[in-house]
Design a binder for this molecule. Structure first.
Ligand code: NDP
Length: 263
């Protein structure tokens, strides 16, 4: 008997929204390494085709980048149908694309609210529903959806070292999406569609690159592991939840935060 804990995604097809950079890129690579075809959804980056092609060559799997704004429900439905035809059948989704606006609450505008919520909440919903529609219509063995939420679904991550600056809409959007995850898990359990959330702490990506160096040090010092994570450290829990090892896991939120929620 073979020894070891093996996750083999041969024959699977995983869609990763925001899969061309940051945490999503690390996840795209991890699922490709496990043998899945990978569809990368991005919004505007110029190099997404090249990124997808490089992953395909490195891991010997089919990959393709699809330009699609996840806040556009019709476009998302069409894109998922196209992916299903070209790389599928789709078996998993990582709804990872997310954005933030950082400024004091008193200065936030309706446009700022819309910018954050149409991607972080509506975009996750559009992507999850597009995948679920395919699975429910096909009446096959279901699928797994993993949402990248954030530890800020539970706590307010203070971005100002001296005075509280909280990314108020980002924090609220992540609280909303963690509850959305539970609702979708409940509705779709009968179709054997599992929905879970992985909630990172601070990760070194473009999203955190603009942080003031003093704030970064202050925040890293608040993490029990005393550092920000690398994007690759966000992949293990997501890959596990996509796999059959997680066949009895749904509606959960799993924190990968260096211990930050201990305090
Ligand atoms: P990045 O800013 O590095 O990348 C964001 C990705 O989302 C890009 O691929 C971008 O595409 C894509 N994207 C943004 N808007 C849309 C849209 N409307 N439609 C389609 N794709 C879109 O983000 P991170 O890797 O840092 O974050 C990934 C997820 O993890 C987010 O949900 C974020 O909130 C969450 N997270 C991040 C943390 C961190 O510390 N970095 C901590 C906790 C959670 P394009 O390249 O084309 O712009």
């Amino acid at each position: 008997m073979a020894r070891g804990f093996v996750i083999d995604f041969k024959g699977k097809c995983v869609v990763v929204t925001g899969g061309n950079r940051g945490i999503g890129l690390a996840i795209s690579k991890a699922v490709a390494q496990a043998g899945a075809s990978v569809a990368i959804i991005y919004r505007s980056s110029k190099d997404a085709d090249q990124v997808a092609s490089n992953i395909g060559k490195e891991f010997g799997v089919k990959t393709k980048a699809y330009k699609c704004d996840v806040s556009d429900a019709d476009l998302v439905n069409k894109t998922f149908t196209k992916i299903d035809d070209e790389l599928g059948p789709i078996t998993g989704l990582v709804a990872n694309a997310g954005v933030s606006v950082v400024k004091p609450a008193i200065e936030m505008t309706t446009d700022d609210f819309n910018k954050v919520f149409t991607v972080n909440v509506l975009g996750v919903f559009n992507s999850a529903r597009a995948a679920a529609k395919l699975w429910i219509d096909r009446k096959h063995q279901g699928g797994s959806i993993v949402i990248t939420s954030s530890m800020s679904s539970q706590i307010i991550n203070q971005t100002g070292a001296n005075e509280p600056l909280t990314q108020i809409f980002y924090n609220s959007s992540k609280g909303a999406v963690s509850n959305l995850c539970k609702g979708l898990a409940a509705e779709w359990a009968a179709h054997n569609i599992r929905v879970n959330a992985v909630s990172p702490g601070y990760v070194d990506t473009d999203q955190t690159a603009g942080m003031d160096e003093n704030i970064r040090k202050y925040q890293a010092n608040n993490v029990p592991l005393k550092r920000f994570a690398k994007p690759e450290e966000m992949t293990g829990q997501t890959v596990l939840l996509l796999s059959d090892y997680a066949s009895y896991m749904t509606g959960g939120e799993y924190f990968v935060d260096g211990g930050q929620l201990i305090w």
